[in-house]
Design a protein around this ligand. Structure first.
Ligand code: ADP
Length: 371
């Protein structure tokens, strides 16, 4: 059992920087939770407070219900894998993995069993006698993870462990860490600035910005129902299109009016936005919810001029512009788009998002999708 709970945890560094502001996070036993957000949002500070490498200014950290604020890092039963996983260059892989256990005075035999067990899990048994300089980046990363595994900690913490690897290796290691999580059945907390890593690895994701938690949810929950403009723009790639528009009413029908295009609002969305008639709002639609369909009915189409065509093989990212906004669409590669061409992009009206102009909080979200 290992659950981790942060209760109103705040960190103010000397000099007054409030890096983390009243964070509340409850990580369940065996859960894989990812902390994600742009650089400087307080992710590493949060992780380091859990590890005990950084003092908690106020609030409480609990592991399995016990307050840990004043417990030394070595007594927290936590292992951390860093971005700069400095291995000892003069030691073999075996010695690197054994080192932590050795200084904790484990018996030689127990160390041997644990190192071989971890090496088996990570498929690095044939590398045990090598020195780090004779390893590839991915192999070194595996050894760094191995050093954590041999400790059999209650909780694994990862601080951007893949950011030094090239793109292809990152994708591979991402899958390896996910499968490691299912095999070890351990509680893991993982920090990254990469929303794709967060989406693909996390059971749940904590989105942070400027020291404040914005939203905690499952990957699909965040994707389908972001609570504000920031989360909407951060989760998903290419990002959600978000433009200023007005809610208007004509003959009882509510519409989003961008100036160049109008989108009809029905059902719950219309009911929710009735109080916003004649007000400016932020209108959001994801690139994948704009469908290229020349035969679609004339309403709910965004008529726009093609500016940039990015063919990716399986799909095309189409950058189009209205007189006021640039909009991105993800469309199938069925049409040979030309720069300057006028296209109709049909908005899937079941996938619209509307945010408040001032607070940027979600006012209306798609209903009937997974939260
Ligand atoms: P992230 O991991 O999301 O990039 P950090 O937790 O490293 O963010 O940093 C959060 C904020 O705290 C940043 O503004 C950063 O400059 C500041 N910060 C981090 N470490 C220190 C420190 N030791 N002293 C003062 N400020 C710090």
């Amino acid at each position: 059992m290992a659950n981790v709970e942060l209760r109103n945890v705040t960190k103010v560094y000397e000099g007054g920087v409030k890096a983390v502001d009243a964070a509340n996070i409850a990580v369940s036993d065996k859960e894989f939770v990812v902390l994600v957000g742009p650089s400087g949002c307080g992710k590493s500070t949060t992780l380091r407070m859990i590890a005990g490498l950084e003092e908690i200014t106020s609030g409480e950290l609990l592991i399995d219900g016990k307050i840990m604020n004043d417990v030394a890092p070595k007594d927290r039963d936590i292992a951390m894998v860093f971005q700069n996983y400095a291995l000892y260059p003069h030691m073999s892989v075996y010695e690197n993995m054994a080192f932590g256990l050795k200084i904790r005075k484990y018996a030689k035999k127990e160390i041997d069993v644990r190192v071989h067990e971890a090496a088996g899990i990570l498929d690095i048994e044939e590398l045990l006698e090598r020195k780090p300089k004779a390893l590839s980046g991915g192999q070194r990363q595996r050894v760094a993870v191995g050093r954590a595994i041999v400790r059999k900690p209650k909780v694994f913490l990862f601080d951007e462990p893949l950011s030094n690897l090239d793109a292809k290796l990152r994708v591979q290691m991402r899958a390896e860490i996910s499968s490691l999580h299912s095999r070890l059945q351990a509680t893991m907390i993982y920090v990254t600035h990469d929303q794709v890593e967060a989406m693909t690895m996390g059971d749940r994701i904590v989105v942070m910005r400027d020291g404040l938690i914005q939203q905690i949810g499952t990957p699909l929950g965040l994707y389908n129902r972001p609570v504000n403009r920031f989360v909407a723009g951060f989760i998903g790639s290419p990002p959600m299109n978000i433009v200023t528009a007005k809610v208007v009413e004509s003959g009882g029908q509510l519409m989003i009016d961008e100036g160049d295009f109008q989108i009809q609002l029905d059902g719950d969305m219309a009911d929710t936005l009735r109080s916003h008639v004649d007000k400016d709002v932020l209108f959001g639609i994801r690139p994948e919810d704009l469908l290229y369909d020349e035969t679609a009915a004339p309403q709910n189409n965004i008529k726009a001029r093609v500016e940039v065509v990015e063919p990716l093989g399986a799909e095309i990212h189409l950058y189009v512009s209205t007189s006021q906004n640039q909009i991105i669409a993800r469309v199938p590669p069925r049409h040979d788009f030309q720069v300057g061409e006028e296209v109709n992009l049909h908005a899937d009206v079941t996938k619209l998002h509307v945010f408040d102009m001032e607070s940027e909080a979600a006012v209306a979200q798609p209903s009937g999708v997974r939260a």
